[in-house]
Unconditional design. Structure first.
Ligand SMILES: NC(=O)c1ccc[n+]([C@@H]2O[C@H](COP(=O)([O-])OP(=O)(O)OC[C@H]3O[C@@H](n4cnc5c(N)ncnc54)[C@H](O)[C@@H]3O)[C@@H](O)[C@H]2O)c1
Length: 477
């Protein structure tokens, strides 16, 4: 793992826990690898990605106003691994936020938290010690998926607002329980698919609603990788043991097995703790689709795939393809391939009746092709007399109109400012709600609808069947 991952700093961002790269190299990735992946995937709309674009206004990422010293939000981290430390670092850069405690099951990560946020912060293996502290207002939960529900519910019942990493759920039963607790305990619960706060996604939402690409009929999205770290083979430290790792606490509700360092540090590879590529990556794509379209979820899903390359004892596929029907009248096709034979990347292509809208990394490209104004004729195989007759009738209905202006075939590109961070915006939005008590966009209902839709892929794959979901009632069919 890149060194930056262990030392998050303001210029870094996470590509789903794979590595942290600085802004400059990320832009390079976005401009080359992502585009290559789009081209390879057949998604790219034929636009030159190097063309200059309109700079999107960083409204949401303007610095928050300064906060009086006695008005700080005190936060704690539960699950201090790669993403938890990154989120907490970003949170600490939002004015008025102070890190005061961290809980984790591996001693060395607690030691690193003290290096990052001060030797005087509370560090513990047992997050209940954190929840007992009355001076802690909010927690960030960066545990593996199988702890999201319990840690969130315990924190909300202890009066804390919660920023819980995606996917919100590990099991379908987690969703209603988390929604209910957020309501009864009157706590803010925001889920951590940071792209929901991204200005590129906000622009895509605005353009789609304004009819920029006509009537939406299909969305394709993918997330491809081609590396060992990308396939979740995270580093196991040399001191990993039952002494340094709180194995029973890590296991929680998972099946009881003897200490296994790979399960502890590479938990995504096993269903007992993670949710496969669907929970890890499809969920981000669903969050994006639901935010941009305003849809609540698919009604029908089917998935296929397999364990094609990383046959290292994991019990989840490394290639997964999912197809989803939305009641709004569009289809969604998703793909994750951990052995894509080339560059790594992610992207979306929204296809409408009058154009396409493409999100590639942190840029947005709109390609407008207005529909034809007349249907045309297909008459070459008929007799000359018949062709003449049809043409005369056709021209009465569709007279030749001299174009007064060129057809408006449009191409627009939007890019974000150099140091833009959607993680910062997402956390800033969370803390704004913690102060105002106003709802967050990615609340428990949004989070359940995104994760519930994503996990349909696992169900379909495991059952070898089409599965049904009611996105309004949030229930399996
Ligand atoms: N939003 C994003 O872009 C993004 C990126 C990466 C990861 N994530 C999500 O963040 C979460 C963590 O992923 P990661 O890569 O940081 O994993 P990680 O393995 O690096 O960290 C998880 C940590 O949780 C700790 N833990 C486990 N059980 C615990 C418990 N009961 N109490 C306290 N700590 C406990 C482990 O000891 C470990 O240090 C996952 O849900 C993942 O899906 C989100």
């Amino acid at each position: 793992m890149a060194g930056a991952a262990e030392h998050p700093n303001p210029g870094t961002r996470t590509l789903e826990g794979v590595t942290l790269v600085n802004r400059r190299s990320f832009l390079k990735v976005a401009g080359t690898a992502t585009t290559q992946a789009l081209l390879a995937s057949g998604l790219h709309a034929g636009i030159d990605p190097a063309a200059p674009g309109t700079l999107l206004a960083p409204q949401q990422s303007e610095p928050a106003s300064s906060v009086a010293a006695n008005d700080h939000i005190q936060i704690a981290l539960i699950g201090a691994g790669g993403q938890g430390q990154y989120d907490t670092h970003v949170a600490s850069t939002v004015p008025g936020v102070k890190v005061v405690a961290a809980a984790d099951c591996y001693d060395n990560r607690l030691a690193h938290c003290r290096e990052l946020w001060g030797q005087d912060i509370l560090t513990t293996r047992d997050y209940r010690e954190i929840l007992d502290r009355k001076d802690i207002d909010a927690v960030i939960i960066g545990t593996p998926d199988h702890w999201h529900k319990q840690a969130s519910i315990d924190a909300m019942n202890a009066g804390k607002d919660v920023y819980c990493e995606k996917p919100m759920i590990h099991l379908y039963s987690d969703g209603p329980a988390m929604i209910e607790t957020s309501r009864t305990a009157k706590r803010i619960l925001q889920i951590g698919s940071q792209r929901v706060s991204n200005i590129v996604y906000a622009k895509a939402k605005e353009l789609l609603a304004s009819g920029a690409i006509g009537q939406l009929n299909m969305i394709s999205a993918f997330w491809d990788r081609n590396s060992s770290i990308g396939a979740w083979n995270y580093t196991v430290p040399p001191d990993a043991s039952p002494e340094t790792c709180d194995w029973p606490r890590f296991l929680g509700t998972a099946p009881k097995i003897p200490f296994n360092a790979e399960h502890f540090f590479q938990w995504r590879k096993w269903k007992a703790y993670g949710s496969g590529v669907a929970g890890d990556l499809f969920v981000h794509l669903f969050s994006g689709v639901h935010y941009i379209t305003g849809a609540h979820g698919p009604t029908r899903a089917m998935a296929t795939g397999g364990l094609r390359f990383w046959k290292d004892g994991r019990d989840v596929p490394d290639v997964l393809l999912g197809l989803f029907d939305y009641p709004q009248g569009f289809n969604l096709a998703l793909r994750v391939n951990f052995v894509d034979g080339g560059s790594e990347g992610e992207g979306f292509l929204f296809t409408g009746s009058e154009g396409t809208l493409e999100i590639a990394g942190n840029s947005l490209i709109v390609n407008r092709v207005p529909r034809e104004t007349e249907p045309g004729l297909m008459i070459g195989s008929f007799t000359d007399a018949m062709q003449k007759q049809i043409t005369e009738t056709y021209r009465q209905k569709y007279p030749i109109v001299e174009a007064t202006a060129p057809t408006r075939v449009g191409f627009d590109k939007y890019v974000v400012p150099r140091d833009y961070s959607d993680s910062y915006d997402h956390l800033k939005n969370f803390f704004a709600s913690v102060r105002s008590r106003q709802p967050v966009v990615e609340d428990a209902v949004f989070g359940y609808r995104a994760a519930g839709a994503a996990l349909l892929s696992n169900l379909s794959y495991e059952r070898d069947a089409i599965v049904h979901w009611d996105p309004e009632a949030m229930k399996l069919g």
